[in-house]
Write a new protein. Structure first.
Length: 178
């Protein structure tokens, strides 16, 4: 008989466990490579999607900036039409009464005011005695007046707000301290 032991189960043979371990490591390695490929693919897809989203957002912002005044311009067109009609009327009827011209100017001003209001451009026109507010008013001068100091005496030029943001402060004269 030979001196080599006989193992009833080949898994019990010396080296079989090493072979199983090597096969197991190779299998794990193959699984990890597959997982890595899957994760790399998902990463590349997510990166491409993020880039596409960024590009679309930039295009939308660009379009929004480009056409932001569209509504505002549309509401000003009737005002322009009225002014052009007034000029055409004056050319065809140079001796038109001043009252008629003034009436047309007032109607055009109402159109302009309505267009500004529709687009959230609001007047700043403080009445006399209103407390001076440096956020909404710009003092041109201080004059002696029979009212509280640091209050508006008169408005030299109206100011305007767009929503809650100052477009132009109202130019005012302010009562000087006594």
């Amino acid at each position: 008989m030979s001196d080599t032991p006989v193992y009833p189960d080949p898994a019990d043979a010396p080296g079989a466990q090493a072979n199983d371990a090597a096969l197991s490591l190779e299998q794990q390695f193959a699984e990890l490579q597959a997982k890595h490929a899957e994760v790399s693919d998902a990463y590349l897809r997510a990166k491409a999607e993020a880039e596409n989203t960024r590009r679309r957002s930039e295009e939308e912002v660009s379009k929004a900036r480009k056409f932001a005044v569209e509504s505002f311009a549309d509401s000003l067109l009737p005002v322009k039409d009225s002014l052009e009609a007034a000029i055409a009327t004056h050319v065809s009827q140079p001796d038109a009464p001043a009252a008629t011209v003034l009436e047309g100017v007032h109607a055009t001003l109402r159109q302009l005011s309505a267009a500004l209001e529709r687009n959230k451009v609001l007047e700043i026109n403080p009445s006399a005695g209103t407390r001076f507010d440096p956020h909404h008013h710009q003092a041109i001068s201080m004059i002696p007046a029979d009212q509280e100091p640091n209050t508006v005496v008169g408005v030299l030029q109206k100011g305007y707000l767009i929503a809650d943001r100052i477009l132009r402060p109202a130019l005012v004269t302010v009562a000087a301290p006594k």
